[in-house]
Design a protein around this ligand. Structure first.
Ligand code: NI
Length: 137
């Protein structure tokens, strides 16, 4: 079994705010991230797939295909967007790094399966120091 990671980047804005809570509670929980007009991040997404190396091609997945799947399914949807309003799969979901990565997982898992490839892990860097890792469970 071999693991392949492809890295992608995007820039996006968000506001952490739960409509079910009062403004005061939101401010308390999210602090600066609750700023009414949002703030931005330069995100880095690492997508790891795994599989056996077939004799025929010597590749778990063609990296051109992996890049295309990530670009079309994720990056084009979120890059230079306001995550709270512009992204259909994030509507009514608080756009924390945790929730982003869970949605990314659902989308990429399916898209990769259609390419006969198993998604193993997603790693989302919201900043250099804040990183979320998800393996689908
Ligand atoms: Ni933020």
């Amino acid at each position: 079994m071999l693991y392949i990671t492809r890295r992608a980047t995007f820039s996006a804005a968000h506001r952490l705010h739960n409509l079910k809570l009062s403004d005061k509670e939101n401010k308390y929980i999210y602090g600066e991230c609750n700023n009414p007009n949002g703030h931005g991040h330069n995100y880095v997404l690492e997508v790891t797939v795994r599989g056996n190396v077939p004799d025929k091609t010597g590749m778990v997945i063609d990296l051109k295909d992996l890049k295309k799947i990530i670009t079309e399914n994720i990056i084009e949807k979120v890059d230079h967007k306001y995550l709270n309003k512009d992204v259909d799969f994030m509507s009514d979901i608080i756009p924390t790094a945790e929730n982003l990565v869970i949605q990314f997982w659902k989308i990429l898992k399916k898209a990769l399966l259609e390419n006969n490839t198993e998604l193993y892990e997603l790693k989302l860097y919201e900043t250099e120091n804040n990183i979320v890792v998800y393996r689908g469970e």
